[in-house]
Design a protein around this ligand. Structure first.
Ligand SMILES: [Zn+2]
Ligand SMILES: [Zn+2]
Length: 389
């Protein structure tokens, strides 16, 4: 169950924290061999292995093979991922994030002492191992940010503490889709943000060791863990662009991450609407009101595909992998139709079609809000057929 990373796993369960829970501890080097295992150690190993393997499944399904929920990492890739995660979990036990939230940023001596000890911790590992640790750190931080944005629907929210709380706490928050469980772990009323010791919790000391060894700057790359990504060379079904793992299809609408995190906020700001609609404050307010009823990105995309679509898009299927640009083009050409449907369903007033449809600039030029309200602009200009190509 533990797999090839048994030595780092063992080092984690054998770690003893000092009696003072507010102190930081000292990790020992990893054992050279497994040796005799006590019953209690076996139980702890099994418990940690569940956390590590589950996070590995999530990592694999998001970054290696999105068609598969359980890990498809090769044994070498798995060794890199799991040993890095066990080492991060040990770091979390040796330097509990919880204990540093009370440290005043002004108390530089205490801060310096902690920083030196954290750096000494990572100095135990080789440069290649530090790369793996850095990659796994970035994976967890990105997953935390995804969780916060997804659940709290906060446009540009960040999650500073995903890596600072014990991995099992973070995993629980992720599985429950409840980022508040991360902050709750700190159980501190006045805890509002992050101090110097929480931001860059892992990356600061890793980079310090890195720099001392005269290495070039650490790059954020999945290559530190993965040798091969399943969809690496996949192209967009519509435009042929090679977008690999960044491609969108119905199976990953709900979990899509990385560069597209800000897609939903942009939709909310009507940036992806046809013609002059992005400047139509009236329709924007209507759209936002409908979206605030809890429409997720995946709900919205499914509903857009279910609409009677423009001829140019009639052959598009939700399960086809397409690039973000093509998806945005699709959304832009159909979001007004979706909104019109929602207004109809809700029995909201829909005026007669404006002659200029969504290309109308009357409300812009004349600041004529009355016009925006009285006429329907969620349509094409009369006698004009925009095929969206
Ligand atoms: Zn495309
Ligand atoms: Zn008009």
């Amino acid at each position: 169950m533990v797999g090839p990373a048994i030595l780092p796993a063992l080092n984690l369960v054998r770690y003893q924290h000092p009696d003072d829970p507010w102190a930081f501890g000292h990790a020992t080097e990893e054992p050279a061999e497994v040796g005799e295992l006590e019953r209690e150690e076996l139980m702890k190993l099994a418990k940690n292995a569940i956390v590590v393997n589950t996070l590995q499944d999530i990592y694999s399904s998001r970054h290696k093979n999105r068609r598969c929920e359980s890990s498809t990492l090769t044994s070498t890739e798995s060794l890199r991922f799991t040993r890095a995660l066990y080492r991060i979990m040990l770091f979390q036990r040796v330097f509990p994030g919880k204990t540093t939230i009370y440290i005043d940023d002004a108390d530089t001596e205490q801060e310096r002492e902690i920083r030196a000890a954290r750096k000494a911790f990572f100095a135990m590992y080789t440069t290649a191992e530090l790369r793996e640790i850095y990659a796994v750190n970035n994976f967890i931080e990105a997953l935390g940010t995804w969780l916060v944005r997804k659940v709290l629907n906060q446009d540009y929210a960040r999650c500073d503490h995903a890596i600072v709380v014990p991995a099992e706490v973070f995993l629980h928050a992720y599985q429950e889709r409840n980022p508040r469980l991360i902050n709750r772990h700190f159980a501190h009323e006045t805890f509002a943000g992050a101090n110097n010791l929480l931001v860059g919790y892992v990356t600061d000391p890793v980079q310090a060791v890195w720099k001392e060894r005269g290495e070039v700057s650490l790059s954020d790359s999945f290559n530190h863990i993965l040798d091969h990504i399943e969809e690496q060379d996949d192209i967009c079904k519509q435009c042929g662009t090679k977008a690999g793992i960044e491609l969108w299809s119905a199976s990953n609408w709900a979990t899509q991450n990385a560069t597209s995190l800000a897609f939903l906020p942009c939709i909310l700001e009507t940036l992806h609407m046809a013609g002059e609609l992005p400047h139509n404050a009236w329709e924007r307010a209507v759209l936002q009101a409908h979206m605030r009823r809890g429409v997720s990105l995946e709900d919205l995309l499914a509903e857009l595909f279910a609409l009677k679509r423009l001829p140019a898009f009639s052959s598009w299927r939700p399960e086809d992998a397409i690039c973000l640009n093509c998806l945005k083009r699709f959304v832009t050409q159909h979001l007004h139709l979706w909104l019109l449907e929602r207004k109809r369903e809700a029995g909201q007033f829909i005026g007669p079609d404006c002659w200029y449809g969504y290309h109308c600039r009357v409300h812009l030029i004349h600041h004529d809000e009355e016009h925006a309200r009285s006429f329907n602009h969620l349509c094409q200009a009369r006698g004009y057929w925009d095929d969206g190509s």
